[in-house]
Design a protein around this ligand. Structure first.
Ligand SMILES: NC(=O)c1ccc[n+]([C@@H]2O[C@H](COP(=O)([O-])OP(=O)(O)OC[C@H]3O[C@@H](n4cnc5c(N)ncnc54)[C@H](O)[C@@H]3O)[C@@H](O)[C@H]2O)c1
Length: 352
């Protein structure tokens, strides 16, 4: 069965969806047309063989379109998603789904009322680095995780145009934080019990251009999530401490390693002081290399296209949605608390 998609907001990400669907998914999904408030993007759509609907209403009234993708700046997501659902369309909304959890609840009520499928494009659940970390945890190869650090660090100070404006839902918590938090809450599905967040506005006036958040899970896992936009020497993308070893993924290449103890006996306390270049130490002295072993990270098979395959299968009633609105609601509930913590400068006890 072939589905027809209409895209509302045909900018960078709308264009990305169009290219992906045309090049890789055309056997079951076709982009019929778009609506964008900017004339040049309407023209770009026409130049690429698409219909550029004169109004949002006319796109939503096209009976051939059964799916709508919302890829506008964040503050328009709620209103457009609800409008599309009420026109009988199934809706994929870009991340962050809304500006806060209350707005998402309104969309979920509209989805319930109309019986249509609503989901969020949390495509980074299919990122290879995340999948490797998830497989490392799920396989138990280095035991129970207790601390994980997930960082995305760049130096391009990318908060241009609407991404730098508060009213549009700009800032790094909404731009990248939402992906990292969604990944974290997919990695550990236990309740979030405490959150703390520090935001920085180094090169922006209105929004956070860098932030650091700590999320404590009921399982005992503590997570650090950090996004930097002015960092010239990056820390590892992932650093995972488990009871029986450590895993690391260095960067976008997904290269990294797992290091674990070779022999339980080697845990014996050694009281010798080691003289390092930095100074003497006993407790933190580098351990002899022969007492540990390095093993490769697990290999994983993953593809962003799985998202669309799942959404269309869910519309056809053949599969459960992989990105469920209830999961996004949990993430948005945590996001609300991150902003609250950043404002108050305190950690907040929660039960999400
Ligand atoms: N999932 C991801 O990995 C990912 C990556 C990038 C962006 N995004 C999300 O996609 C959305 C769009 O981001 P972008 O980078 O494409 O921004 P963009 O500025 O490139 O594109 C947004 C487009 O929406 C149009 N627009 C604005 N208001 C509109 C309205 N009311 N109706 C119709 N069109 C309207 C603008 O003219 C523009 O062409 C954001 O929510 C962003 O967070 C997601």
């Amino acid at each position: 069965m072939s589905h027809k998609l209409g895209i509302i907001g045909f900018g960078g990400m709308g264009g990305f969806h169009f290219n992906e669907i045309r090049d890789r998914l055309s056997d079951f999904l076709i982009v019929k047309g778009v609506y964008d408030v900017r004339e040049e993007r309407q023209q770009f759509a026409i130049d690429n063989g698409l219909i550029a609907y004169g109004t949002r209403e006319s796109l939503l009234n096209d009976p051939e379109i059964d799916m709508v993708l919302v890829a506008t700046p964040n503050n328009f997501h709620k209103e457009i998603s609800i409008d599309a659902l009420r026109h009988g369309k199934n809706v994929i909304c870009e991340k962050p789904v809304t500006m806060n959890s209350g707005e998402l609840r309104e969309i979920m009520a509209a989805a319930k009322e109309t019986g249509k499928v609503f989901t969020v494009h949390q495509n980074r659940r299919w990122d290879r680095d995340f999948r490797i970390i998830k497989e490392t945890v799920d396989s138990g190869i280095i035991g129970k995780p207790y601390m994980v650090e997930s960082r995305v660090q760049g130096s391009k100070r990318v908060l241009q145009e609407w991404r730098g404006r508060k009213e549009n839902g700009g800032g790094m918590i909404f731009d990248w934080g939402i992906h990292l938090l969604d990944q974290m809450m997919t990695l550990d599905k236990s309740k979030v019990k405490e959150v703390y967040c520090d935001t920085f506005s180094i090169f922006t006036d209105e929004v956070d251009d860098n932030f650091k958040a700590i999320i404590k899970f009921e399982s005992g896992l503590n997570a650090l999530i950090q996004v930097d936009t002015n960092c010239f020497i990056n820390q590892p993308r992932w650093h995972l401490l488990c009871e029986e070893g450590t895993a690391e993924i260095s960067d976008w290449s997904c290269r990294g390693k797992i290091v674990r103890l070779k022999d339980e006996n080697e845990l014996a306390w050694d009281s010798v002081i080691v003289y390092t270049e930095a100074g003497p130490t006993r407790t933190m002295a580098p351990r002899p290399r022969e007492t540990t072993e390095e093993i490769p990270l697990p290999t994983v098979d993953t593809d962003w296209c799985e998202f669309y395959k799942n959404v269309t299968a869910a519309i056809e009633g053949k599969e459960e949605l992989k990105v469920k609105p209830e999961e996004s609601l949990r993430v948005m509930n945590v996001i609300d608390k991150l902003f609250e913590s950043a404002k108050s400068g305190r950690s907040i006890t929660v039960n999400i």
